[in-house]
Design a protein around this ligand. Structure first.
Ligand code: HEC
Ligand code: HEC
Length: 223
């Protein structure tokens, strides 16, 4: 099994740049600058440098776009309806408001393209853990908008599960209203479906799930 390391990146950069250059959307140098800045935390190759900072390499593109939208906008009006997901992160809120739509499309395309072709991916032994319906039995999502979990940082996964659970429990207690500001709550991530799933897990089960998914080869790991 070999991991994607830096030598593959220039090729991918070239492909992404060739695509964006063709559409004229974002200049090569600008894209390089931006992903370089993201790389300070998420790693130049999309594999993060911190325990609670997620890998972005090979992540589902729609999912990445959704997350950045959420960090950017914090949709207050939609909060009122209590239907839509919201996500707050002090660091990422600042990071994601600095770019225009073309730049964001280029950034999410860049990171999600850092993946091993399906035929070269390492095989995975799956367990009966019941999250595969959405996240794939091998931890690799088959649905747009659902993240890959395989190979993601263990501490990050655990922190997100706790956050989903805490947020949904808190919001179920108090009916949301326009004055229900996310800043008032220590919990910072709301997603109706995922929250309900997380709410069913005990802390011990969360630990097991995080350990299991982080141990699977990620989408960037080839045979
Ligand atoms: C100073 C460190 C830092 C920098 C720089 C940074 N991020 Fe992040 N990013 C984080 C942290 C921490 C999180 C996890 C937030 C949380 O716990 O909810 C995160 C989360 C994300 C997520 C959500 C991923 C997931 O799996 O849910 C995306 C997408 C993302 N960052 C994209 C970017 C992009 C694109 C850039 C560059 C423009 C960037 N980040 C720059 C620290 C950083
Ligand atoms: C019905 C579909 C569905 C099921 C079943 C499901 N999830 Fe999710 N999960 C999602 C979606 C959709 C998201 C993205 C939420 C968002 O956009 O904020 C998500 C996000 C996550 C995240 C955050 C990942 C990241 O990169 O930030 C974790 C961790 C997670 N799920 C773990 C689990 C575990 C563990 C289970 C089983 C106990 C599970 N999920 C079951 C749909 C599902």
């Amino acid at each position: 099994m070999k991991k994607f390391k830096l030598p593959i990146i220039p090729f991918i950069v070239f492909v992404v740049i060739a695509q964006t250059a063709a559409s004229g959307a974002v200049e090569t140098e600008r894209l390089g600058e931006i992903v370089g800045a993201c790389g300070e935390c998420h790693g130049d190759n999309g594999i993060s440098k911190g325990l609670v900072i997620p890998n972005l390499a090979g992540q589902d593109r729609t999912y990445l776009e959704n997350q950045i939208e959420e960090f950017r906008h914090k949709p207050r009006k939609e909060l009122e309806q209590f239907q839509l997901k919201i996500r707050d992160s002090h660091t990422m809120d600042n990071q994601s408001t600095r770019f225009d739509a073309d730049e964001l499309a280029a950034i999410t395309g860049y990171f999600s393209d850092l993946r091993c072709p399906e035929e070269d991916r390492a095989p995975v032994q799956t367990t009966s853990i019941r999250c595969g319906e959405c996240h794939g039995n091998d931890g690799i999502s088959r649905k747009p908008g659902v993240p890959n979990l395989a190979g993601q940082k263990e501490a990050y996964l655990l922190a997100q599960l706790k956050m989903f659970k805490a947020t949904i429990l808190e919001r179920n207690k108090v009916r949301p209203s326009p004055s229900d500001s996310p800043e008032r709550s220590p919990a910072r991530r709301y997603h109706r479906t995922m929250g309900q799933w997380a709410a069913r897990l005990s802390e011990q089960e969360m630990i097991i799930a995080a350990k299991y998914y982080s141990s699977l080869p990620g989408i960037w790991v080839c045979k």
